[in-house]
Every structure is written in C-alpha cells, then in structure tokens.
Ligand binder design. Structure first.
Ligand code: GLC
Ligand code: GLC
Length: 818
C-alpha cells in the first residue's frame, strides 16, 4: 500500500499510520472521531469537543454536551495551560488563542491533539483501552525553550447528570441534586448515587495536584464561558465543592520544566458500577476500591502505552482481513482503512450518537442494525452473531418487528412500535450474510424470543420463515407488499395523512386498511427471498425452498405486470391506488429505491427492464455529487405522500443524494456487467475521492455522510449527517464484493469482479473462515467482467468459486479476466 500524503487546506490522509491529520482547527464543521468499541464510548472533535457515555448515550451519559450550541461544538475535555501571563489551549478551543502549531490526528479508536505555543508543546493522546470503562488522556508537556518554565495546568470536564434528556430539561430538580467527592487527585461524580444509581464517575490524574474545582460557576466565574474561566485568569484554583447547580471536574497542577524537559500526565475519566450493598465505605462516602484499582491500571505511561499498543494491534489485525492493493491510492485508502472503520462505528452506534444525532432520540433501528451488520460481519463475527440474536428477539410472532430497540435493555421500543413493512426481510439478509461469512449454521438453531418473551421462543430459522411469510400474507391489490407506515424510506408515509404539525409522520397511521403498496419491498422480497431459498437448499429443506420459490416467482410477475412504468420501475401505489414514481406524474416521476432493489434482483432483465431502469437512473437521478433519491423533487407538501414532501427540494429524502442507496445502483450496474459505471458511481460519493470538495462538503473528509444536497438544492454538494449511516456498510459491500468481486458463499469464496475496463490488475488479500487467500487479478483484455482462468495453488479450477481451506492455510490465487 502506498502511504502517500496529499496536502489539503485542512489536513491530509496519513495512510501508513491509518490516520487523518487535521492541520487547521477551524474546519468547516467539527470533524470528529469515536473512541471505544464495546461499552464505554467517547465522541471527540478535532478541538477536543464532545462527550463520553457508557453503553447508552441517553441513560448513561458521563459528560455534558450542548448540541446546537453557539458557537458550534462548545464543551468537551479541555486543558488550559498558563505560561506566565499567557493562557492557551492545546486543542485551540476553548480559549481559541492562536497556536504556533496545531495538529489533530484521528486514528483507529484514538485521537492525538498537539498544540504548541511560546516553545511549550502539549500533546494529548485520547483513547479508550480495550475492555475498560474509561477514557485515557495521556498528556506530554514539553519545554522547547532555552529557559526554565513554571507552568500552570488546569484540566476540565463537565458532568452530565446521567440521563442526557433529563439533564437538558429538568432544571427545577437537577440544580439541586449534583454531588461530588474529592480525594487525593481523584474527583468523583456521585449525583443520584445516594439513591437508586449503582454507578458513579471519576476524573483522575496520576500526580499530586495543587488544587481543584468542582463547581462550574466558581471555575468559570459568573457570566463567563469556557473561553474565559476566572480561575485560569487569576492563575489559581478555588478548591470549590459543588452542591447542586453544575458539577465539574478540574485538576490544578503546577509543573516546572527545565529547557528540553518533558513530563507526562495520565488523566483518566471513568465509569464504575458497584453492587448495591457495597456502595459506601462510610455513610455518604463512596466505596472507592474498584475505582482506585481501575485508576491504578493506567497510572504510568508504560501501562498506558501497553494498552495503546493493544488497541493498535487490534485494529491492524481487523484491517488485515480484507486488503486491496491497486494502483489507485484512494481506492486502497477507502477500502482498507476508513470504510471499514466507519462500518465498526456505525455497527456500534446504529443512529444513536453523532454530531447530528443527539444520543437521546433513537435507539437501535431494526432495519438499520441488520444492514450495518453486512459491512461489519467479517471484522468481529461473534459480535455480529450476538447482534442478530438481539435484533431477532424484538420480532413479533407474526414476523413483523419493533422498528427500534434500546441498547441498554435490548427491548423493543413500544413508543414507536412496528408496521414498517420492510423491516422483516432485512433479518433474512443479515442472517444469510452472517452464515456465508462464518459457515456457522448453528445460529439458525438458536432459540430466540418474540417480543423479548422467551416463553414464545422458536429457532432463529423459524424467525426467518416468519419474516418471509409476513410479506406473503400482507399483499395489496396489485400483488405487491403493503407498505405499512413506511418502507426503507421513512419519509414516504402513504397511509398517514397529517395536517397537525405536532404529530409524527410515521406513527400517526390514519388511513384505515393501509392500502398503499411498495415496489421497494417487492424488489427486496425477491432479492432476499432468493437468499432465503438458497439457505433452505443448504439446509436440505427442499419443500420450503419450493414453497418460497413460488412466492418469489409470483412477486416477480406482479412487479413486471404492475410495477413497470415503461422506462423505469414505479415506486409505490398510494392509499387510493394511484401510482407513485411514474412518468405521468408532474413531480417525483422517478425514485431510486425501487430501481435499486429491482435491478439488484435482476427483475425483468430478460425483457430489458434492468438496463432501461438503470439508464433512466443515469439520465434523471445521477449528478456530479452522486445519485439523488427522486426527481423532480416535490415543491409543495403532499399530504398523501407524507414527510418526503416536507423537505425543501434537494435535501434529505426529497431529492437529496441519500448516499445509503447509491450502492444499490452500483450493484445493479454490476448485474448488467457495467463495471465502468458502477465504479464511477462509487467514486462520486466515496470520501477518499472528494479532495477537491472538502470545503463544500463540510463534514469529515474520511467518512460517508448520510446525505449530500442534491442537484435541485440551493447548496448542491453540501453534506450532512456524517458517520452513522447505512451508507458505510452498503458501499463496502458494493466495492468489495460486487466491484472488486470477492464474495463469501456458503461453500467457498466467489471471485466475480465487475471493474472499469481500463484496470490492468489488482490484488486482494482476504481472510475467510480462518484461511488467507492471496488473490491476484489481471485483466489483459480490458474487460469488465468474466473470469477466464482461475488457478489456485498451481491448479486450474473451473467456475469462479474458490474452495474452502483449513484454518491457517494460505491459498495463492491467480485470476485472469477475459
Ligand atoms: C435514516 C434511517 C433509516 C432510513 C433512512 C431513509 O437513515 O436511519 O432507517 O432507512 O433514513 O429514510
Ligand atoms: C428518516 C429520515 C429522518 C427522519 C426519520 C423519521 O430516518 O432520514 O430525517 O427524522 O426518518 O422521520
């Protein structure tokens, strides 16, 4: 892999270190990273903004963060350095004093922010050690000057009173509940610990402190903000103890550094749970044994560095499972590093906590979590397995499902309920993808509850059957699936007619009978229904496979008869039986979702439908920044279509480039063998290819955003909602499996590339079921698709399926296209 560094206005990729390096703190929007991968998580921006939480961003938030604040991204883990009369922050914010040097390196599960001012350098490494419930902040402070300096260092964190929603609303109570304890160099946050909570938080440093503050108003001074703290201007702490109001944690450290001398400080911000009968060491005094043991695991630089090495080794290993080596450095960077990293983050968070999702709104989505899994399963299959079982347990007995569930309780979210009729079939996708990756058929026999009620448990396989049957039992008058509240497009609300601004478009289903039908679900049913049939065959369930096949055939026939508009697939039928997504309409004549699913499923390919549909996508939906969702966008509110028509033209589901479904079209193009176009669509939205659009895009240049404003928008090309989006998983599948063409199957690894004709060669190293496949692909005849010759360990084999090997073995594969 080439580790070329490309200079940019705000930063550059450092591929050798798997980092994005930000060199200008004033990025167009905060550019963030995620720390932690299982229980304890932190969001951290390039100026150290953000917050930490344990498992659930709503119910267990450790530190406070004010979304939508002015200026943006105010609040975080901050340090203030006072050098003589000059105070500055190594992360630029909050003091915003001009630095002589600034750099933020976002890496795999860690961030390092370095600031330099008047020959003093502060470099802080932030990460969450694996298996630990704390954020480590290792600061190295160096005096590069020729004189001895005595510096004053203030740390800062503001506690959230645990329930993040309550914390921002219930002030009549909250201003009276805050409690802290300070012992040695540790500041404990124990609000509500005296009553029902079995958890507290701490902020500690591995050195003696010369003072502290725990009351925000005392630290800042009344009417001040984070950029004007009174203790920093007066140069000494007040040793304040918070009683209610807003508890914080700030250590004060005096340090004298000789010329050239460095000192390290390890700060840890952690979460501790205690057994209810062991909470106290004395009345009202926290039992600190567990906290102190935790702190002791990170009280030296050597211990921190050992944990950091464990983290980087972990990521190096994860990212060795699929490695492409091509002459296109951007392709390598996207596939090998950032896309997989984003898959992990999205798998962990679903849509719950980002700089666009406040962490209090949504739990884990049923459809979202199933889809996120398809880009993650090769990384940590055991976690994918657990997730599948959690999701399936929120299914109802009739095969439908709670639309969301809460990660802390793993229970379905009753406030939202079900009736999003695309939900059931996503489970078929995730489970078949999981079994193909792992060969673990045993998951299908796991007993899994319905509605979290174990007394109703059946095998996971039976859950899939019920998903499938839910669709066949809920067909509309055109033989197409009923849409319910919405399908994949949450905003196409065909059975909800709303004129009341305060009601939800999704949950206020008010058209009795729910007559509207979805062509997207129809295509989805054919695509994943075929996966279900293949699974039944693998299991020797021939009768079930036959039964399923007849339903899938019938659906294909309904689509061809009732969902073809002449040049593309219709999108839906509305509550009065009228077509949606038709050339006869004045607006939104064509939609992406049904073109994506019907072409991926190859429906009507023999009649030219796939080719025509994709031509229409190219003609009406594709633009410079990606493929828009619908065209022309709605210009007025259409009560019969719902939320989709509420967005101004070109944004979100109304004509925005909803990146999640662009890869459906890429995959559709590969069904036709159109490698050039598939890859062109890939590069239109893949972050690594947007170097000339960074400023316009605004969001992080290393990850996908949910939406890029479309061609009809006032600001085409501007991105929003970065990080947590199904875009990551689907693009990863599109590029690695359908374009580069290395695809897990039940009995081997399939090689079926569909690439731009001018590509001469590339190599993929793929770990699959414990064996390593070194796959060298060459394209001497300049084709897009078709394996002419396949040699595995010196032997020519027929077809394009690489056989399974024992774990630990290596297969050298040479593929010639032609
Ligand atoms: C959001 C939702 C996802 C939905 C999509 C389209 O990304 O998380 O569930 O499919 O929007 O509405
Ligand atoms: C989708 C949309 C989002 C909306 C949600 C519920 O996920 O992308 O904008 O908030 O549906 O309406």
């Amino acid at each position: 892999m080439t580790a070329q560094v490309t200079e940019k206005e705000y930063g550059f990729f450092d591929d050798a270190n798997k980092e994005y390096v930000i060199t200008e703190p004033r990025t167009p929007y905060p550019w963030i990273n995620y720390l932690g991968d299982t229980a304890f998580f932190s969001l951290i921006s390039n100026t150290a903004g953000g917050y930490s939480f344990y498992k659930d961003a709503k119910f267990r938030r450790l530190t406070r963060y004010r979304y939508n604040n002015v200026p943006v991204d105010t609040g975080g883990r901050y340090f203030y350095v006072k050098d003589g009369d000059v105070a500055w922050s190594p992360s630029w914010k909050p003091l915003k004093v001009e630095l002589d040097q600034y750099e933020c390196r976002h890496g795999m599960g860690y961030t390092r922010i370095t600031g330099k001012k008047n020959d003093v350098e502060s470099s802080v490494l932030f990460f969450v050690p694996q298996g630990e419930n704390l954020e480590v902040q290792q600061m190295t402070l160096t005096n590069h000057s020729a004189v001895t300096k005595t510096l004053k260092l203030f740390s800062f964190a503001e506690w959230c009173l645990w329930n993040a929603e309550d914390d921002m609303t219930n002030f009549q109570r909250n201003f009276s509940t805050g409690q802290v304890e300070v012992k040695d160099s540790v500041i404990y946050h124990k609000t509500e610990y005296r009553e029902r909570r079995d958890h507290f938080a701490f902020y500690s440093v591995n050195t003696d402190i010369q003072g502290f503050d725990t009351d925000r108003d005392t630290f800042l001074g009344e009417y001040n903000s984070f950029d004007t703290p009174e203790v920093v201007s007066q140069g000494k702490p007040n040793n304040s103890i918070a009683h209610g109001w807003s508890p914080i944690a700030s250590h004060y450290i005096e340090v004298t550094l000789e010329p050239g001398e460095s000192r390290d400080f390890v700060f840890t911000l952690g979460y501790i749970e205690m057994p209810l009968d062991d909470k106290w060491e004395a009345p009202a005094v926290i039992n600190k044994t567990k906290a102190l043991a935790t702190i002791a695991r990170f009280d030296t630089v050597a211990k921190v560095q050992a944990a950091f090495k464990k983290l980087t080794d972990y990521w190096n290993n994860l990212l060795s499972k699929y490695v492409v080596e091509s002459s296109d450095e951007r392709l390598n960077r996207g596939v090998n590093i950032w896309n997989q990293y984003q898959n992990m983050v999205t798998f962990n968070m679903s849509r719950s906590a980002s700089f666009f999702e406040s962490g209090i709104g949504r739990g884990m989505g049923f459809r979202d979590s199933n889809q996120d899994l398809i880009g993650f399963v090769h990384l940590v299959p055991e976690r994918a397995r657990e997730r599948i079982l959690d999701i399936a347990a929120t299914q109802f007995e009739d095969g439908s499902a709670y639309h969301q569930y809460q990660p802390l309780t793993k229970r379905g979210n009753a406030a939202v309920g079900g009736n999003f009729n695309d939900d059931p079939m996503w489970l078929v996708q995730s489970v078949t993808v999981y079994v193909k990756e792992t060969g673990d058929f045993s998951i299908l026999e796991e007993p899994v509850a319905y509605d979290n009620d174990v007394s109703k448990a059946t095998s996971l396989f039976e859950h899939l059957t019920r998903s499938f049957n839910f669709i066949t039992r809920n067909l509309g008058e055109h033989g197409l699936p009923l849409i319910g509240r919405a399908d994949w497009n949450d905003c196409l609300n065909l059975n909800c007619f709303s004129m009341e601004p305060n009601e939800s478009f999704q949950t206020t289903e008010n058209k009795a009978g729910g007559r509207a039908e979805s062509v997207m679900i129809a295509g989805q049913f054919v695509l994943f229904g075929n996966d279900y049939i293949e699974l039944c065959q693998q299991l020797g369930k021939a009768d079930e496979a036959d039964r399923a096949r007849s339903h899938v055939k019938a659906m294909e026939a309904s689509i061809k008869a009732n969902a073809w508009d002449g040049e593309w697939f219709l999108r839906a039928y509305d509550a009065t039986g009228q077509k949606i997504g038709t050339n006869e309409a004045d607006e939104s004549k064509i939609f992406i979702e049904s073109q994506g699913f019907c072409t991926m499923a190859g429906i009507g390919i023999e009649d030219g439908m796939v080719a025509k549909s994709l031509e229409s996508v190219n003609k009406y939906l594709a633009c410079d920044y990606g493929i828009v969702l619908n065209y022309p966008a709605f210009t007025t509110y259409r009560i019969e279509y719902g939320e989709i028509s509420t967005y101004p033209q070109g944004y979100k589901e109304n004509g925005g480039i909803f990146c999640h479904n662009n890869p459906w079209i890429m995959i559709g193009e590969t069904v036709l063998g159109n490698g050039d176009r598939a890859f062109e669509y890939y590069t239109k939205i893949a972050p690594a290819y947007q170097d000339d659009k960074v400023k316009l895009h605004k969001t992080e240049p290393y990850v996908y955003a949910q939406m890029i404003a479309g061609k009809e928008a006032a600001t085409p090309g501007q991105a929003k909602n970065s990080w947590l989006t199904g875009t990551a998983a689907w693009n990863y599948v599109a590029i690695t499996q359908h374009i580069l063409g290395i695809k897990p199957q039940y009995n081997g690894l399939q090689v079926d590339p569909c690439i731009p004709k001018h590509w001469a060669d590339y190599k993929v190293t793929r770990e699959f079921r414990g064996a390593t496949y070194n796959i060298q692909i060459s394209n001497p005849n300049g084709v897009s698709k078709g394996v002419k010759q396949l040699i595995v360990n010196g032997e020519t084999i027929q077809g394009n399926l690489l056989p399974l090997f024992e774990s630990g073995q290596t297969a050298d594969v040479s593929v010639v296209l032609g």
